[in-house]
Write a protein that binds this ligand. Structure first.
Ligand code: ADP
Ligand code: MG
Length: 355
């Protein structure tokens, strides 16, 4: 069993804290994404797991065995892990087949075993027709597949990927997301996948750990993270959310922009400042004030996008909200509207703007 467990993991560089008290259990065969903006500590966490660097605090256990602690860290070559870097680092003077087989040859396997494993992985990664080419004769996506094949062929217990698609163009990136998930379903290696791209994380992950300032801000399935962000940071980072800032009038209501809203998500303390998130497509625009949980606004802009209409509206306290409406709902800028905000979608968050 190759579960990977991080316990109170921390890494300091002088005064700077790169990773701050991270605890996370990655179950055997699971794919967990570390998702967050640049500088939040994703690569450092991955390098700690790989054994390239030693933790300042805490430990890392694989299959229940401690491999990293401030006292003792097993080096990368003593771990059954493969890491894929942002630059694919292929050998330019070796063919695709030679690149992929390299890890098997240095493990001194016999030729028949190497050939069998090579044939199988080239087939799964759809590289057979390219086996005799050199990296310089391949596109970015093909090099990416070679790099994946090379990491997988040695049958690591754990696969570590650091922004593996960031050098590819948009179309290919989308295709490769599905490819990585497909290979994961096939081989079920315990995988840690680092990315700053929300869609990449949503497509590939069993669980997403959203990171901010060296910490895990929220851990959950893609659906949980999307539907139930807990903090202002997560709501903003996982796109398409509006944030309303109001004041609690009781345990489940806030006053905001001259109105009152019922909220969900957590119990409020009367008088506290509360940020509430609601997604663009969860708000309904009405031209009459005839429902509860509604706020008065004025349309400032609208764009017809074919499948939808994208509105910008301004509340009485000057807060701007974005609303995705039906393409048939055509309301001119300057017109008064009422926004219906379903109570079960008005999610009270923790934290202010700074986190
Ligand atoms: P990410 O991969 O999420 O972009 P990193 O893990 O690379 O973030 O970096 C996290 C923080 O730690 C950053 O502020 C970075 O500048 C700092 N950091 C990373 N490596 C070092 C290092 N070797 N020395 C000093 N600071 C570092
Ligand atoms: Mg990084």
């Amino acid at each position: 069993m190759a579960s990977v467990e991080l316990k109170g993991l921390g890494k300091r560089y002088g005064e700077a804290v790169a990773v701050d008290n991270v605890s996370l259990l990655i179950g055997h065969g699971q794919l967990v994404c570390l998702l967050g903006p640049s500088g939040c500590g994703k690569t450092t966490t991955l390098r700690l797991i790989a054994g390239f660097i030693e933790p300042s605090t805490g430990e890392i256990a694989v299959g229940g065995k401690v491999l990293s602690s401030p006292q003792r860290t097993v080096p990368p070559e003593g771990r059954a892990m493969s890491m894929i870097f942002q630059s694919y680092a292929l050998w330019p003077h070796m063919t695709v087949a030679e690149n992929v087989a390299y890890g098997l040859r240095i493990r001194k396997m016999d030729k028949a075993t190497i050939d069998a494993k090579l044939t199988a992985i080239l087939s799964t990664t759809k590289l057979e027709p390219l086996a005799q080419r050199y990296p310089g004769e391949l596109s970015g996506g093909q090099q990416q597949r070679v790099s994946l094949a090379r990491a997988l062929v040695v049958e690591p217990e754990t696969l570590l990927l650091d922004e593996p698609l960031s050098n590819l163009d948009a179309n290919l990136r989308e295709e490769m997301r599905f490819e990585i998930r497909r290979l994961h379903d096939r081989y079920r290696y315990t995988t840690v996948y680092v990315t700053h791209d929300q869609a990449e994380a949503m497509t590939t992950a069993d669980q997403i750990a959203v990171m901010n300032l060296g910490r895990i801000e929220q851990l959950g399935t893609p659906k949980e993270i999307y539907d139930r962000p807990r903090s202002v940071f997560v709501a903003r980072f996982i796109g398409g959310s509006n944030i309303l800032e109001g004041k609690a009038v009781d345990a489940g209501h806030i006053s905001v922009a001259g109105g009152t809203l019922a909220t969900t998500g957590r119990t409020l303390t009367k008088g506290e400042a509360v940020a509430v998130s609601i997604r663009q497509h969860e708000i309904e625009i009405a031209t009459k004030s005839d429902s509860a949980n509604a706020l008065h606004a004025v349309v400032s802009r609208q764009v017809f996008l074919g499948a939808a209409r994208d509105y910008t509206v301004v509340l009485d306290d000057k807060t701007e909200l974005r609303v995705t409406a039906s393409p048939t709902q055509d309301i001119a800028p300057g017109q008064e509207v009422w926004l219906r905000l379903p109570a079960e979608r008005c999610r009270a968050l923790t934290g202010g703007n700074e986190r």
